[in-house]
Write a protein of this length. Structure first.
Length: 256
DNA sequence: TGGAATGTTCGGCT
DNA sequence: AAGCCGAACATTCC
């Protein structure tokens, strides 16, 4: 469920309600390895809640609590822990339930920000983006999914950005013209900002911490639309596999 | 029944 | 060495 716009939506709901509160304790139900890496977070005050790529970071007096929602993770404010609740963050006055059906997500205390990630997809400057991209070999779609290259994009928004930029997902990254790279840079920014404005995409089960869904899925032009007509030219949207992920594109609007 | 699902990581190969 | 591939993780849904 969670790419940059969904994570940003989660942070915007959580920040005003959690900032300044003390994390009294964490009730852990998960048996995953991360479940034993949260101890230092207990008892600390939350200085700030922010997004870092696809991570939700709770800055503490010492270090931070880093939450990654994986595919099906949710943070729910004052909810009843259901069968898939993996942990409950107990603050003074507020509870946050960490629910995750597939358990691909994690929640752990770290001494500092996660390392090894590229610049944030919403913050990277056009010139830097172009320079980074031109230094790379390989398929553009795979590169956009690579968090070490750029942090925040996932499968939905990579496809949507490539469509909006008119670039084929199998295009060789380092061989794109400067002009098309700049077009991609603005498409990424535009689609992410529009998605945030709609509260993200609720394809199957994404909900914000108040249990509200996002509505950007209505604006999807290619993701999940295989076989349907392109909204720009009418051609059938195609679905192929790139980097083992479903990849949707218009063969007419996104020529190789 | 098999396949696919908003993600990441690891081992092996070229 | 960078990039690609397949598998693994775990659960649900169609």
């Amino acid at each position: 469920m969670p790419e940059l716009p969904e994570v940003e939506s989660v942070v915007r709901v959580l920040a005003p309600r959690i900032t300044g509160r003390r994390l009294q304790r964490i009730d852990v139900a998960s048996r995953k390895p991360w479940a034993r890496m949260i101890g230092p977070a207990e008892g600390q005050q939350v200085r700030r809640v922010r997004r870092y790529g696809k991570y939700i970071l709770f800055d503490l007096d010492e270090g931070l609590l880093a939450v990654h929602l994986g595919m099906t993770g949710k943070l729910l404010v004052n909810a009843d822990p259901g069968p898939h609740a993996r942990a409950v963050l107990v603050f003074d006055g507020v509870n946050v339930v960490y629910d995750d059906v597939r358990q691909f997500g994690s929640m752990r205390w770290l001494p500092h920000e996660p390392e090894g990630l590229g610049p944030d997809a919403l913050e990277v400057a056009a010139a830097d983006f172009a320079r980074m991209l031109l230094a790379r070999k390989g398929r553009i779609k795979a590169l956009l999914l690579n968090q070490a290259f750029l942090r925040g994009l996932g499968n939905i928004y990579s496809d949507e950005a490539l469509f909006r930029a008119g670039i084929h997902p199998l295009a060789e990254a380092g061989r794109l013209s400067r002009r098309r790279i700049l077009r991609l840079h603005s498409a990424i920014k535009q689609v992410l900002e529009q998605a945030i404005a709609k509260g993200g995409s609720s394809i199957s089960d994404y909900l914000d911490p108040d249990g509200r869904r996002g509505w950007f899925q209505i604006e999807h032009r290619v993701y999940g639309r295989a076989g349907e007509p392109c909204k720009r030219c009418g051609a059938r949207i195609r679905r192929i596999l790139v980097a083992q992920r479903s990849t949707h594109f218009c063969p007419q609007c996104q020529r190789k």
